[in-house]
Design a protein around this ligand. Structure first.
Ligand SMILES: *[C@@H]1O[C@H](CO)[C@@H](O)[C@H](O)[C@H]1NC(C)=O
Ligand SMILES: *[C@@H]1O[C@H](CO)[C@@H](O)[C@H](O)[C@H]1NC(C)=O
Ligand SMILES: *[C@@H]1O[C@H](CO)[C@@H](O)[C@H](O)[C@H]1NC(C)=O
Ligand SMILES: *[C@@H]1O[C@H](CO)[C@@H](O)[C@H](O)[C@H]1NC(C)=O
Length: 708
């Protein structure tokens, strides 16, 4: 017989039993397992995301943090993040959950290939609180997808930052097209849970992020781009804080110029973050005068956290106003941690550092009674959770006959039959069957981009050398026969002056590629078998960059990205040109200073998939791990320039899409061997440099290394 566990070890207990899961509201049955016979598939890459495996955890605020009192709340499936503890009396949806509930949690999850908001309640099915729990008693999980019947569900979207206020769920969604290039689709909505009635609280023409509802529920604060919009910034968004009535979005007023991530301590106190003039991210407090008479001039703003460390994403405690929870980056750690900050004594208290010093922890939130702090982190493989472990993650597609996948790698391309995928996982080039089997590294050096020969079976082209390099950097195109056991490769360019992005003509005779050999990156065409020794000619010419070229399946067009409108600006548009150099035309105008890259033709040649900042950013980048381009989403456009369509909705950097010739079943494909778990990076711009032991401040490193 097992010894009985004393009650006090109930957290201990949590770790040793699987939750019994009860899904109250089921998804509509998965539509069609085989999918349309005539469909196609798009595969794309997302920086770092395949290794996140986020779950939400909590520890008590009163006890010293230890491994034993850290509780994983979410169920170890998919990616779960941005939690919120609803007040137990706040909503009738919570009344269906038994009284002995330990924890109610609202959060964002990306399971089933879409972004959704769930409520999890965890309790013991024991009517008698005083009775000793048996060691065999299993906590019960009730899991309820909160959005399901409202009209926006048919439209794929990103959901973010949920909170539950009375009968209303308040959250960010991207389901409505802003209608303007480079204008975020993110807006705040409230959904009445019983009826599904959804109301947009953000005015049309404006984008709002990071909503926070006041303790009474009456007011909502947001970080908003306002009329100004997004101008391409990545590290710190140029948002201001606005407050409006949660009920209907009216009485909207700007309360703080320059700030984000608001959190209410009481009806007139807001905490928020901004990057201070001294370079450190810091938490600030805004005291609002009597609400109704608020305007920027009447708000008192104080810096709360000191220089010397970055402090951001504050969460105020409404039951105990003497402390807030924050995320920090300190000079002595490369990792993001959750800490409590006492606003009276100005002292920090570690929360996650004693538990997991070498993990990043994100976006804290505090329970209504202030006794618990929650956050998310990568569960890894030692935390009782299941690593994501997906080679291809199925993403819900807005187009029924196109299935959509995120690959754990980059620069994917399909074999002509569609049965194999080549992709880059820095630094090597890999080929894998589309069911995840038979993965092989086919080139061990640093390679980027991949493409198959349409006629010669097993021949893959790639470029060898560093990515994002100057015109004169040594990068050469090679072909590899991946069916040859020796994996012999052939060098096709000789100059070594940044020759990259090879794409074969449909007859397999020619390759279009970009080269920096003239001093500018322009497009060239050479012999596909013998390389430039077999003949080469120049396709485009000008003092700008033409790159990322792809040859159409009918052979008549080459689509490519170019900054010719504003050379060197970092802004790229898509163009099409005939292989004989005639017919040049612009395909996508990405909006002033926009970025539109990596075009690839559909198998029928009528549509082009690409990545773009066309829908701007959808969340504050600092609330996520590092993404070079957090604005990147995948789009398609007809080759005549009509019907631009957004395929992905998230706050990540989605890029390097490719289009395969067959329909792959819309299900996840497991990764063959485990890679390292949790191997993603925190925001690079939070790096703190030290110069011979002397602090030089937070800006030293990033500006010197990556300055524009
Ligand atoms: C949704 O995902 C879960 C695992 O995360 C899985 O068990 C379930 O079958 C999926 N549901 C559908 C409808 O695909
Ligand atoms: C919004 O709600 C407030 C408070 O209930 C009310 O006074 C106001 O008239 C409403 N405004 C609109 C536009 O519905
Ligand atoms: C509020 O929090 C502070 C700091 O953690 C703690 O010292 C104090 O006891 C708390 N007060 C109450 C009433 O819980
Ligand atoms: C160039 O190629 C396109 C299609 O590939 C063709 O329609 C056009 O007639 C050609 N123009 C010349 C001048 O050869």
């Amino acid at each position: 017989m097992r010894p009985q566990k004393p009650l006090c070890s109930f957290f201990f207990f949590f770790f040793f039993f699987f939750f019994f899961s009860l899904i109250l509201t089921l998804y509509p049955a998965a539509a069609d397992h085989e999918g349309p016979s005539s469909g196609t598939s798009i595969v794309f890459a997302t920086t770092g995301r395949s290794r996140y495996a986020f779950d939400i955890y909590t520890v008590p605020t009163v006890d010293p943090p230890t491994n034993a009192n850290e509780l994983r709340i979410t169920d170890g499936h998919s990616v779960n993040f941005n939690g919120h503890f609803p007040s137990p009396t706040s909503s009738s949806i919570l009344s269906i959950i038994p009284n002995q509930t330990l924890i109610n949690l609202i959060y964002v999850t990306e399971r089933n290939g879409s972004s959704n908001i769930y409520l999890d309640a965890i309790y013991y099915d024991s009517p008698d609180h005083t009775r000793r729990r048996s060691a065999l008693q299993v906590p019960i999980r009730v899991q309820i997808p909160l959005l399901g019947s409202e009209p926006s569900i048919g439209r794929i979207s990103m959901k973010d930052r949920p909170s539950l206020v009375g009968e209303y769920l308040v959250y960010v969604s991207t389901h409505e097209d802003s209608g303007v290039p480079r204008t975020s689709w993110a807006a705040v909505y409230s959904t009445q849970l019983e009826t599904g009635l959804t109301r947009r609280l953000t005015p049309y023409g404006v984008a709002d992020l990071s909503p926070a509802v006041s303790p009474s529920g009456v007011w909502t604060a947001v970080a908003s781009f306002g009329e100004r919009g997004w101008s391409g910034e990545v590290e710190e968004l140029s948002t201001d804080i606005y407050v409006f009535l949660t009920r209907n979005g009216s009485n909207r007023v700007k309360v703080v110029e320059h700030g984000g991530w608001p959190s209410w301590a009481d009806e007139s106190t807001l905490y928020f973050h901004r990057r201070s003039d001294d370079g450190w991210w810091s938490v600030y407090r805004a005291i609002l005068p009597e609400i109704g008479a608020v305007s920027v001039g009447t708000v008192v703003i104080q810096r709360v956290t000191p220089p010397g460390l970055h402090v951001f994403t504050p969460a105020a405690s409404t039951a105990n106003r003497s402390f807030i929870a924050v995320a920090t980056r300190r000079p002595d750690s490369e990792f993001r941690h959750i800490e409590l900050f006492d606003v009276d004594s100005n002292e920090f208290r570690y929360v996650t550092r004693p538990i997991a010093p070498q993990n990043h922890h994100f976006n804290p939130f505090i329970s209504p009674d202030s006794t618990r702090v929650g956050y998310h982190k990568c569960r890894g493989d030692s935390n009782g959770g299941k690593p994501e472990n997906l080679l291809l993650e199925n993403i819900q597609s807005p187009v029924p006959d196109i299935s959509l996948f995120r690959v754990d790698g980059s620069f994917p391309s399909f074999s002509p039959e569609g049965d194999r995928i080549a992709y880059v996982s820095f630094p090597g080039l890999y080929v894998v069957n589309r069911d995840g089997s038979n993965r092989r590294e086919v080139f061990t050096g640093t390679a980027f981009s991949s493409g198959w020969d349409p006629k010669r079976k097993g021949v893959v082209y790639t470029a060898v050398g560093p990515i994002f390099a100057t015109e004169s950097t040594k990068v050469d195109i090679i072909s590899i026969n991946v069916d040859d056991d020796k994996l012999g490769y052939k060098k096709l360019t000789t100059g070594g002056e940044n020759n990259a992005f090879p794409s074969a003509s449909p007859d397999g005779k020619l390759l279009v590629f970009r080269s920096g050999r003239s001093g500018h990156k322009n497009l060239y065409i050479m012999d596909a078998v013998d390389g430039e020794m077999g003949g080469i000619h120049r396709l485009t010419e000008g003092p700008w960059t033409d790159t990322m070229c792809n040859w159409s399946p009918d052979g008549d067009w080459i689509v490519f990205a170019s900054d010719r409108e504003n050379p060197g600006s970092g802004s790229f548009e898509l163009y099409m040109i005939h292989p004989n150099g005639t017919g040049l035309r612009q395909l996508v105008q990405s909006g002033s200073a926009g970025r539109t890259n990596h075009p690839w033709f559909s198998p029928d040649g009528k549509t082009i998939v690409f990545t773009s900042d066309y829908s701007a950013v959808s969340a504050e980048p600092i609330s996520n791990p590092h993404h070079y381009g957090p604005y990147g989403d995948i789009f398609t456009i007809r080759s005549d320039g009509s019907e631009i369509r957004r395929m992905t909705h998230n706050a990540y950097e989605d890029g390097t899409p490719t289009w395969g010739p067959t329909y792959m079943r819309a299900v996840d494909v497991e990764r063959p061997n485990d890679g390292p778990q949790c191997s993603f990076e925190d925001c690079h711009w939070l790096k703190i440099s030290r110069n011979q032991g002397v602090e030089v401040g937070p800006l030293g490193f990033t500006e010197a290394q990556c300055g524009r």
